[in-house]
Design a protein. Structure first.
Length: 229
């Protein structure tokens, strides 16, 4: 697994007022908790954080959080954004125990869909029923994503959770609950036939009797021009 370092500094001021002042200086208030240790208030540079949070790994990887030179392994647990501005308001990180399994959602990466028999057949719709899956693993075995190879996908195929190829040491807890929890991940089905609408050509507009009379009225009312002698 790749190493992703997030730099932060500790902070002592807490509360809404302190958080507001931090944001005005370009900092993001955050907290680190878990692993039988006291919660720790920290702050991160907003400009750097905004760039980092655009990466998929930020949400699905173990992060090396460097607080004042002390590194601790964490997972992102919550991030609050402003309703309409491009501002991160607050972040929660959870420390992890490297010797204890953790449950975490990882994204699914679908490959070879376009070159599969289903992908090359006209009128076949391929739907992704899930885009991520919750797995259980030791921190060292936690994958950043799970690849779903669709190269053999044909019309009528359904790829279930149980068909996913998982890295060593990784399991899907959902599958232990019974067959009804073996959810569909990908489905290849025939597209519904769309009925063509027959649009009748608009009939030529024929002026009504009333309209014709109304149009003729001004001409009838106008005085006749005298004939030249």
């Amino acid at each position: 697994m790749a190493i992703h370092i997030i730099n932060a500094t500790s902070r002592k001021d807490e509360g809404k007022g302190a958080s507001r002042r931090l944001r005005l200086t370009g900092q993001v208030p955050a907290i680190v908790y878990g692993a039988n240790a006291n919660p720790e208030s920290i702050q991160l540079n907003h400009e750097k954080l905004w760039l980092i949070q655009q990466n998929e790994w930020f949400y699905a990887s173990i992060l090396d959080l460097d607080v004042d030179g002390k590194v601790q392994k964490v997972l992102l647990r919550d991030m609050q954004r402003h309703p309409y501005k491009q501002i991160v308001m607050h972040i929660d990180f959870q420390r992890i125990d490297e010797n204890a399994p953790i449950r975490f959602k990882v994204p699914l990466h679908f490959v070879n869909q376009e070159t599969s028999p289903a992908g090359k057949t006209a009128g076949v719709v391929i739907t992704h029923e899930l885009n991520d899956v919750e797995v259980s693993a030791l921190p060292k075995d936690l994958p950043e994503f799970i690849e779903v190879d669709l190269s053999a996908l044909t019309l009528g195929d359904i790829v279930h959770l149980s068909a996913l190829k998982l890295p060593a040491g990784v399991t899907i807890p959902e599958l232990k609950l019974g067959k009804e929890h073996d959810l569909a991940v990908v489905i290849a089905k025939q597209a519904r036939a769309v009925e063509e609408e027959i649009v009748a050509a608009p009939a030529a507009e024929v002026p009504s009797t009333k309209s014709a009379k109304a149009a003729a009225a001004p001409a009838a009312a106008a005085p006749a021009k005298p004939k030249k002698k």
